[in-house]
Design a protein around this ligand. Structure first.
Ligand SMILES: [Zn+2]
Length: 359
C-alpha cells in the first residue's frame, strides 16, 4: 500500500487541490491605500503609481538601481564579538541576532558595496532596515570604517544610505561608541579630499541621524522619508506645541536647509552620477595643477596667491594663524555692533532726560 500513499495520493492531490495563490501579487500603498500590482510596482521601482509614495526597498534592490548597469561588488563586513554584554530582554540578544540573520540572509544591518556610478568609482554603505530596524551596533560601525578605508584606498567617493532606528540598545555603550567612530570614518574620506554623500532614506532617526548621516558634503533624500532625531510625539510632549504635519519629512528638511536635494527614485542614479562627475573630475585630476596655472597667470602675485590651498600641510600653520586673525577681527566687529545696540536704549534715555532738563 505504500506506493499508493507515497506516489498516487500526492499526484491526485496536486490535480484536485487548488493551487496556492501567492499573496504577494498585490501590495497596498501605505500612503493612499491604492492597490499595486507587483509587476507594475517593479517597473516603477517600488514607487506607488497612484500617489508617488516611495515604498521601502531592500538594499539589494537599491544597489541594483544606483550602480551603473546594476553591477557592483560586495565588501564583507569585519567580524565582531557576538553579544558582548550577554544582553537579555524578552529574548536573548544572541537569539535575536541569529533569527535576524536567518530571516534576512545578511550578516548585520549594513551592506557594503563598490562599483561605478555615472562612470565614477564609489563605495556605498547601505543600511538594511529589515535587520533589527537597521540599528547601529559594533558590526555596523566596523562596516562604516571598512567602507571608508576602501573608499580612501581605491580613491572612490563614499556614499552612505542610512535607514535606521538609531543605536542598537542591546549593545549599550558599545553601540553609542559607533557614533564618533562613524564620524572618524567620514573624516578619513574628507581628509583624502574625496566626496562624501548621504542619501537619507525612510526612516533615518536616532543615533544615526546624530552622527555620520548629517555631515555629508551633499545630503540627498528620498521623497517623503522620515528624517529626524527624536520622535514627533516625544518632541511635542517636551515643547508642548503641535508640530506641522510635514515635520521631519525630507521636503520639510529641504525647506529648512538640512537636505540639499529631494530626489525621486527614478532620477536617483542619474543625479548621483552627475554629482559625482562634478566632484570627482576635480579631485581625480591633480588638484595642484589648476592652482599652479592660476598662480602663473595671475598678475597680482602679492595678495591673491592661493597659497593655502596649494599644499595641504606645508602652509597649514600659516593658514591657521590667518584664520585665527580673521576670527578675532570678526569677534571684535561683532562686539562693537553688540555694544552699539546695547547702548542704543541708554542713549535714547539720555536724550529724553536732556530734553526734559531743557524744558
Ligand atoms: Zn499610493
Amino acid at each position: 500500500m505504500n506506493w499508493i500513499t507515497n506516489i498516487i495520493r500526492p499526484r491526485i492531490r496536486s490535480l484536485v487541490e487548488p493551487k496556492e495563490v501567492p499573496d504577494n501579487l498585490w501590495k497596498k500603498c501605505p500612503s493612499c491605500e491604492g492597490m499595486l500590482f507587483h509587476r507594475d510596482l517593479e517597473k516603477s521601482l517600488n514607487v506607488c503609481y497612484h500617489c508617488n509614495h516611495h515604498l521601502r526597498i531592500t538594499v539589494k534592490e537599491r544597489l541594483a538601481i544606483i550602480f551603473d548597469e546594476g553591477h557592483y561588488e560586495t565588501i564583507s563586513i569585519p567580524n565582531v564579538p557576538n553579544d558582548p554584554l550577554k544582553f537579555k530582554d524578552r529574548k536573548k540578544y544572541s537569539d535575536r541576532l541569529r533569527e535576524n540573520k536567518n530571516k534576512t540572509g545578511l550578516k548585520d544591518a549594513i551592506t557594503l558595496a563598490k562599483g561605478k556610478i555615472g562612470g565614477q568609482k564609489a563605495v556605498i554603505a547601505a543600511f538594511n532596515f529589515s535587520f533589527m530596524g537597521g540599528s547601529m551596533g559594533a558590526a555596523v560601525g566596523e562596516g562604516l570604517v571598512r567602507a571608508a578605508e576602501e573608499a580612501v584606498k581605491s580613491k572612490s567617493a563614499f556614499i552612505t544610505i542610512p535607514a535606521s532606528g538609531g543605536a542598537r540598545m542591546q549593545e549599550g555603550m558599545l553601540s553609542l561608541m559607533q557614533m564618533p567612530r562613524s564620524i572618524i570614518a567620514v573624516e578619513m574620506v574628507k581628509d583624502a579630499k574625496l566626496p562624501y554623500l548621504v542619501l537619507l532614506t525612510d526612516p533615518t532617526t536616532g543615533g544615526v541621524s546624530a552622527s555620520f548621516a548629517m555631515v555629508g558634503d551633499i545630503h540627498l533624500a528620498e521623497p517623503g522619508s522620515t528624517i529626524g532625531f527624536a520622535g514627533r510625539r516625544v518632541i511635542e510632549e517636551t515643547v508642548r506645541e503641535t508640530l506641522p504635519d510635514d515635520f521631519q519629512t525630507a521636503e520639510y528638511l529641504k525647506e529648512h536647509g538640512i537636505v540639499d536635494i529631494v530626489v525621486s527614485r527614478e532620477e536617483l542614479a542619474k543625479t548621483l552620477g552627475t554629482i559625482l562627475n562634478l566632484l570627482m573630475n576635480k579631485t581625480n585630476n591633480n588638484p595642484n595643477k589648476d592652482i599652479k596655472k592660476k598662480i602663473k597667470t595671475s598678475k597680482n602675485n602679492g595678495k591673491n596667491k592661493p597659497k593655502s590651498t596649494n599644499t595641504k600641510y606645508k602652509s597649514k600653520s600659516n593658514y591657521i594663524a590667518k584664520a585665527r586673525k580673521q576670527v578675532k577681527a570678526a569677534q571684535i566687529a561683532a562686539n562693537k555692533t553688540r555694544k552699539k545696540q546695547a547702548l542704543k536704549p541708554a542713549l535714547k534715555q539720555v536724550k529724553k532726560t536732556a530734553k526734559i532738563v531743557k524744558a
